[in-house]
Structures are given as C-alpha cells and as structure tokens.
Design a binder for this molecule. Structure first.
Ligand code: GDP
Length: 446
C-alpha cells in the first residue's frame, strides 16, 4: 500500500494530540518534530519539509488553535490543508486545443521504465472514455528496442490507432507526419510517445526540444515513477528545466511508495500532477486530486474516489433492479457473480476497503489482504452450476453439489460453505429490506 509508513507515523504523532482539549506551544512543537521526521523518512525533499513544518507551526501557534477547546483537531486540520496546498491545492484539469483549432497534441516524456508507453495508452483510453475524444498515438521512440511494437500492442488492445514509421526516421519527422495523419483521419487528440533513456542526457533533451518545436504540444506530460522517491523529483526538475513541461503523471502509485515524490514534485517544479497510474492495466489511470490525496495520506479515507469508481462500474438502472431483487428475495447466484465482477473491476479489494474513512485505523488492517484466488475459486464454483441452479439455489442437493465440486475442481466442503454463506446473506438482505434491521444491527454489534 502506498504511504503506509507515512500514514502510520502521522497517525501516531496525532493520536495524543487529537484527544487533547487545549493545546500548548510545547505540544505543537513535539508533534511537529514527529511530523518532520515522518516526512523525511517518506523521502520528501528536505527543503519542502522545512517549509512545510514552518508553515504548519506558525499557523498552529495562532490564537485560534491555542485558545480553542479542540486545538488538537485543529492542528490536524491545518496539516491536512497544508498537505493539500503542497500538492497543488485545487485539482488542475488537462488542457485541450480550443474548438476549431485542430487536434490537441500531447507529448509523453520520461525516463525509460517510468511507464511512459503504458501511460500513453492509458491516457488515450481515458480520453476516449471520459472526454469522448478520438485519440491517435504516435510511436516516436525509435531507440528502445521493441518500444514501437509495445505501443502498437497497446493500441490493438484498446482499438486505438497507432501511427509509426519504423525506427529509421527521425522522431521529429515521425511526430510531424503523425500530426498530419491525425488531421487527415479526423482524430482530435494526438499522443506522441517519445524516447526515454536510463539517465538524462543532453542529446535526448535536444531531440525532445526539437519535437516540441515541430508540433507545438498543448501539454508535455512528464511520466515519473513514484517508487523512485527523490530521484523522481530530480528527474522532474531536469526535464522541466530543459523542456518546460506542463504537467506530471505519477505512475506506480499502487506499489508501496513512501510518498516522497507525490509530496515534493509540485513544490520543486511548480508543475501540477494531473494523473496517477495505479496499476498495470490500461484503465488504471486516475485524475489527481490534492485534497483527496491528503486525506488518504492522513488515513482519513477517500470516499469520493470510492463513490466515483462505483459509479463507473455500476449502471444505475441495474443497481435499482438488484435492490428490488434483494427486497423481493429474488437475488440469485447470477446476481452474486455480477456483483463480484463489479467489485473486481473497481480494483484490489484491500485498496477499496482502505478508502473507507476509519478503515485504515482498524487493528489488523495493515496486513489485510484479499486473495484474488479466493474470488476466482468462488467464481469457478458458481460457473459450474447450471442456469437453473444459479437461479434457484434450493435445487442444490448433495448430489448436485458433488458434481459442482468436481466441475470446479474445488472441495465439496468449499462448495457447501459458499452455498451456506450465500443463503445466510440472502436471508440477512431479506430481513434488512423488510425493515427488520435485526441482522444488520447484530452484525454491527449493537
Ligand atoms: P516506458 O519505458 O517508460 O515506456 O515504460 P513502460 O510503459 O514500458 O512501463 C514499464 C513497466 O512499468 C511496465 O511493466 C508497466 O506495466 C509498468 N507500469 C507502468 N505504469 C504502472 C503503474 O501505474 N503501476 C504499476 N504497478 N506498473 C506500471
């Protein structure tokens, strides 16, 4: 999980303070010492840490905090606000060409391995899905072996066209011709994948500057790997100096990054993070919201992202139909499978659960993991049922259960357990929707 260490340490630092009524100057000092260490340990740039701590300390020593009855909570709020500010404050939207001004042109830049090619595909996919654009990708990385093939594969997977001229033509020429092709083909967004190197070198920068001059991009996205911490910040600083990038896309935020890059890049480069990559799949790209990220870092959950993800996956009409089925006790194994698929599409279950406020603080949550294999096994069992059995689980006699166990290569005990759990939850849903909240209250321990 990203930010795990940082979140834990900040929560420890605030745990005493939160309970306090009046906060003294010494309390603020103590807590800020802890915050400072936590940020440094998370690999946040030391200058950024210094300014951050100074600002929070000044604000926390103001009259309102020291004099108030819930001073502890106010300090946490100040930290939250300043973390949000540090990452840019308001969410910044991507820039498009003015209507009638031809296609929007984006240049993808970054070091090799940062996730540039994958992110070009994710971005094209995102723009098609959420902005109703018709993107085209251009393969202008002629140095890395297989980079062109990789982009073409991504394009095929997404069914989005990729323009390429092989690796014997200069990137400037490819970018120019790609743009012409996009205009001819009525495409409204052109995403140019450029070359990366293992390290920054002048020749590469010169070439990228030439591409920039040739196609005049609306955005130059710098793709950086969040896992590389301070290095990511240095890379961003250099690219920015040479190319004057417009924004940053931070990849691999699904890994256990300590947080340094996310927290430092904005204030070091003065360029906003616009998206984060949260997985290897081509739909694992999310707009970056500084306030939501601050909440997540402080372990306060990110309920808005959770709701948005659910909305993307669940069709409203279908959700109502499902609710009616539960109410009328018609919920069956087909619905079960459908909901399980929706959950899986929302991302790893343990990540989703941690977006619920408070969940991060529960004991044992650190090591909470849902084994995707368990989900796959459950699915295999249900898929081995006949249509009639799925619709009417009462048909599931011992004989049929043995057949299902064989068909899904699972134990009979596992089949029995799943059916039992299904029946129990169905019973509970029935009770809840009939207004008898007994089941739910029992579950919540009331
Ligand atoms: P490039 O050299 O910058 O073009 O990098 P690639 O697009 O080839 O990506 C390098 C590796 O990082 C690939 O294995 C990608 O699947 C992986 N990758 C890219 N973005 C993400 C991300 O957001 N999360 C994870 N976990 N992996 C990513």
């Amino acid at each position: 999980m990203p930010f795990e260490g940082l979140t834990g340490r900040l929560q420890d630092a605030f745990s005493g303070l939160r309970k306090k009524g009046k906060v003294t100057e010494a309390d603020v000092k103590d807590v800020m010492r802890e915050v400072r260490l936590a940020l440094l340990e998370a690999d946040v740039n030391y200058k950024v840490v210094r300014n951050f701590v100074k600002t929070v300390r000044e604000k926390s020593l103001g009259e309102e905090v020291l004099g108030s009855l819930n001073g502890g909570q106010q300090v946490v709020k100040i930290v939250n606000d300043e973390l949000t500010e540090l990452m840019g404050g308001e969410q910044e939207k991507i820039i498009f060409a003015e209507p009638g001004q031809g296609p929007t042109v984006y240049m993808m830049t970054g070091l090799q391995g940062a996730g540039k090619t994958t992110t070009a595909g994710k971005l094209a996919n995102y723009l098609r899905k959420y902005e109703k654009k018709k993107p085209m990708m251009v393969a202008a990385d002629i140095y890395r072996p297989a980079a062109i093939d990789q982009l073409q594969t991504v394009g095929r997977d997404l069914d989005i066209p990729v323009f390429s001229m092989g690796d014997q033509v200069s990137p400037v020429e490819i970018a120019k011709r790609g743009l012409e092709e996009a205009i001819a083909d009525n495409r409204d967004v052109v995403i140019i994948d450029t070359a990366g190197r293992l390290h920054i070198d002048e020749k590469l920068m010169d070439e990228l500057e030439d591409v920039k001059a040739a196609v005049n991009p609306h955005e130059i996205f710098l793709v950086v790997d969040a896992m590389t911490g301070q290095d990511a910040v240095n890379v961003a600083d250099s690219f920015n100096e040479h190319l004057n990038i417009t924004s940053v896309i931070l990849t691999k935020l699904d890994g256990d990054t300590r947080g340094g890059a996310a927290l430092s890049i904005r204030s070091v480069t003065n360029k906003p993070i616009k998206f984060t990559g949260t997985g290897e799949k081509l739909d694992a790209l999310e707009p970056f919201y500084p306030d939501r990220m601050a909440n997540r870092i402080l372990g306060m959950g990110d309920i808005l992202t959770l709701i948005e993800r659910a909305q993307q996956e669940v069709d409203e009409e279908r959700a109502e139909e499902m609710a009616a089925k539960m109410r009328e006790n018609r919920y069956d194994f087909n619905d079960f499978i459908e909901q399980m698929d929706q959950m899986q599409n929302m991302g790893p279950l343990e990540d989703i659960i941690k977006m619920i406020p408070g969940m991060n603080n529960l004991p044992g949550m650190d090591n909470f993991e849902v084994d995707p294999k368990d989900m796959a096994h459950m699915k295999a069992i249900v898929m081995s049922m006949t249509k009639e059995e799925r619709e009417n689980p009462d048909l599931l006699s011992q004989k049929r259960r043995r057949r299902i166990a064989k068909g899904s290569a699972r134990d009979i005990a596992e089949v029995n357990r799943l059916i039992k759990q299904f029946k129990q939850s169905k019973e509970m849903m029935g009770k809840m929707s009939n207004g008898k909240m007994g089941g739910m209250e029992k579950m919540l321990g009331k």
